[in-house]
Write a protein that binds this ligand. Structure first.
Ligand code: FEO
Ligand code: CA
Ligand code: CA
Ligand code: CA
Length: 665
């Protein structure tokens, strides 16, 4: 039995480790455990929200659009599906009254001339045209653009990272550097980034990839040039020898969750970018900045051996060109993606959004590492109906970081140069410096360190905002919003913006559920009393919403699954309103070693796209009967193909209800 861990397991462990900071959060020490639970909020109802929004903008359906319903008129049975039981095995399970079909897998052609996957003869050239590895975020843009179509559209999908040990037949036990030739490195680079695929639902009700669609596109760190825009563009701290102007970057990587804007662009977040840099930092000015973000990572993909921009000794500014949000226009396959620096720089999980009362855009973002922060950006200008008029909308506005108080209130603190000590006295010479060093600026303002904030999603049916605090094993000192030491289970945090307006600088908050086994008092979980063995979960990661006031939650327990729940990761519906608030039910369970990502409804709610990431990879030494690390030749599962010599493949699934109605009833 080997102790070797998958790349994902190692990254997951390092996410749990907090980065040292020089500035302590002053308020955290003053907190005491909050005793009173606030009463249920009634919510303002979808109708009130819709009244503030132009119909044209609303018709720009995105991932979180949902079937019509008002949360005050909930059906008695809020869970219109059969629960999937707890457990773990080599395949996936969906509710008996639903169907789950494979849509696309790692290596399937995306571009029309791309070859099928040949695992023994991989090349970067082939991979540049094929579906990438480790699918994560999924966004849906109906076609034709501006319609509310639920039978044809574009899927925008992230490929977060690669499990090279499962991709390559000759991946060795030792001497990895000899294995990593330029070709192997570039296959990894080409399998990162994102894919845009056109999908359509046939007369038989089955979804297919439209193989010859002109929209199909790969976005990679190997071959997709991007521009920097906003306050950091052109700044000396983003200038490199390959880009002396500081305005052009080759690609994006470690894209985790994301978002779709109301004007139909795709927001790709850049999360654990630190793991890709190697070498000694050659610019003393950047030492603290790099350290605060864990650059260089303790493990890394050795891209820097062949691409000098990943070698800090040669290009110490290159890390400053990652950690941003990238805006991509999927409707223009020739468009240049743009990194929107006004939204700050950190290890960003996702970038979901909602309109403010005056039609500006608020974007919510978690910084996924133990004891990092929750952020919001509010644009200066309104969203326009003419989509071209929104081309620079994300370049100006206010970035905020959240502070949570003991009494259930909270404040969005503006990260603005010249205010609250964000000035020369603390080493910030401009807003560009504040944005490049967003974490340090947030430290100085006394933002609240959280238990690893992953996805953050506004619920369009209620106006409340949900934050996945996935876990923080390292936590010792507790407070009201992070109430458990050694937290391997996570919690779901709920924010209610003041006045029901996403532009508000204050909010109230509550923990809707504190995750883990409700039957084990030592866990300290809090659920609605009707929670059962097939409903509770741990380690919430990604969300989507529906018109019934449900929050759809995917989980990522990493290698801790055995201790955290004893069951594989899955997809759950969680009631957020009415008498069942705090009850959940599992609709999907992943194969061993996988996490579940990117839940995404079509506008009619009748199709749910779902990403199964790194099947066979994580925590397989605790998988009874296998009890070792997976390799290409000896994987814990060969899901979804179950073909000899084919390793497990990350894949996107399509879930539909057998009765043709909305997924989940
Ligand atoms: Fe990529 Fe935060 O999970
Ligand atoms: Ca995630
Ligand atoms: Ca993960
Ligand atoms: Ca995660």
């Amino acid at each position: 039995m080997t102790e070797r861990k998958s790349i994902g397991e190692t990254i997951e462990e390092l996410d749990d480790v907090a980065i040292e900071r020089k500035t302590a959060a002053p308020l955290a020490a003053l907190w005491q455990r909050r005793i009173a639970r606030r009463s249920f909020l009634t919510g303002m109802g979808k109708a009130a929200l819709l009244a503030t929004t132009s119909p044209a903008i609303l018709s720009l359906a995105a991932c979180d659009d949902a079937p019509e319903a008002t949360p005050t008129q909930l059906p008695d049975d809020i869970f219109g599906f059969e629960a999937v039981p707890s457990g773990i095995d080599g395949t996936h399970h969906v509710a008996a009254d639903h169907t789950a079909d494979i849509l696309i897998r790692w290596g399937d052609p995306v571009l029309k001339d791309a070859p099928e996957l040949d695992t023994h003869n991989q090349s970067a050239t082939a991979q540049l045209g094929q579906f990438g590895y480790n699918n994560d975020f999924i966004g849906f843009i109906p076609l034709p653009y501006g319609s509310n179509a639920s039978d044809r559209g574009l899927l925008c999908i992230h490929h977060e990272y690669t499990n090279d040990e499962l991709m390559h037949p000759r991946y060795p036990e030792n001497n990895l550097l000899a294995f990593y030739t330029r070709e192997i490195v570039e296959i990894s680079m080409a399998a990162h980034g994102g894919s845009i695929i056109e999908v359509a639902r046939g007369d038989d009700g089955k979804w297919q990839v439209v193989r010859d669609s002109p929209y199909n596109r790969r976005i990679t760190p190997l071959a997709t040039e991007m521009h920097l825009s906003g306050p950091v563009a052109g700044h000396p701290r983003v200038q490199t020898s390959e880009d002396p102007e500081g305005r052009r970057v080759m690609g994006t990587f470690n894209n985790c969750a994301g978002g779709i804007t109301p004007w139909g662009t795709w927001l790709m977040s850049e999360e654990n970018f630190n793991f890709y840099f190697m070498g000694e930092n050659a610019d003393e000015r950047e030492a603290e900045n790099h350290k605060r973000l864990g650059v260089p990572g303790r493990i890394s993909y050795p891209w820097g051996v062949y691409h000098k921009r990943f070698d800090l000794a040669q290009e110490p500014h290159e890390p400053n060109r990652y950690g941003w949000v990238v805006e991509v226009d999927p409707l223009d396959p020739a468009s240049t993606p743009i990194k929107r620096t006004a939204l700050g720089r950190f290890k960003r999980e996702g970038c979901e959004n909602a309109l403010t009362k005056d039609n500006r855009l608020a974007l919510y973002m978690g910084d996924d590492q133990a004891f990092e922060y929750l952020y919001k950006f509010v644009t200066a200008e309104k969203v326009r109906e003419d989509r071209a008029a929104n081309a620079s909308l994300l370049d100006s506005g206010t970035l905020y970081v959240a502070r949570f108080e003991e009494d259930g209130s909270g404040t969005w603190l503006p990260l603005v140069f010249g205010e609250n000590g964000l000035d020369e006295t603390n080493g910030f010479a401009s807003q560009a410096d504040v944005l490049i060093e967003t974490r340090r600026a947030a430290d100085l303002l006394g933002a609240t360190p959280l238990d690893r904030p992953e996805d953050v999603t506004p619920h369009e049916a209620t106006g409340r905002v949900y934050v996945a605090l996935t876990n923080a094993k390292e936590r010792e000192k507790t407070d009201a919003v992070n109430p458990r030491a050694g937290n391997i289970w996570g919690q779901v945090l709920e924010l209610t913006p003041a006045d029901g307006d996403h532009a508000s600088e204050t909010f109230t908050w509550d923990l809707i559920v504190t995750c883990g086994d409700p039957a084990d008092p030592a866990v300290g979980a809090k659920w609605h009393e009707e929670i059962d063995a097939d409903g509770w979960f741990t380690c919430p990661d990604n969300f989507t919403t529906d018109g019934k006031g449900r929050l759809w939650v995917t989980t990522d327990q990493g290698s801790s699954w055995k201790k955290a729940s004893g069951s594989a990761d899955g997809l759950y519906a969680l009631a957020t309103t009415g008498e069942k608030r705090g009850v959940a039910r599992r609709i999907f369970r992943a194969p061993v070693g996988a996490e579940v990502c990117g839940p995404c409804f079509t506008p009619d709610g009748k199709t749910l796209f779902l990403a199964v990431q790194h099947p066979g990879a994580d925590g397989t030494k605790d998988y009874e009967g296998f009890e070792r690390a997976s390799t290409f030749h000896d994987p814990a599962t060969r899901w979804p193909d179950f073909a000899p010599d084919m390793p497990p493949r990350p894949s996107v699934l399509v879930i539909t209800a057998k009765n043709g109605g909305p997924v989940g009833g």
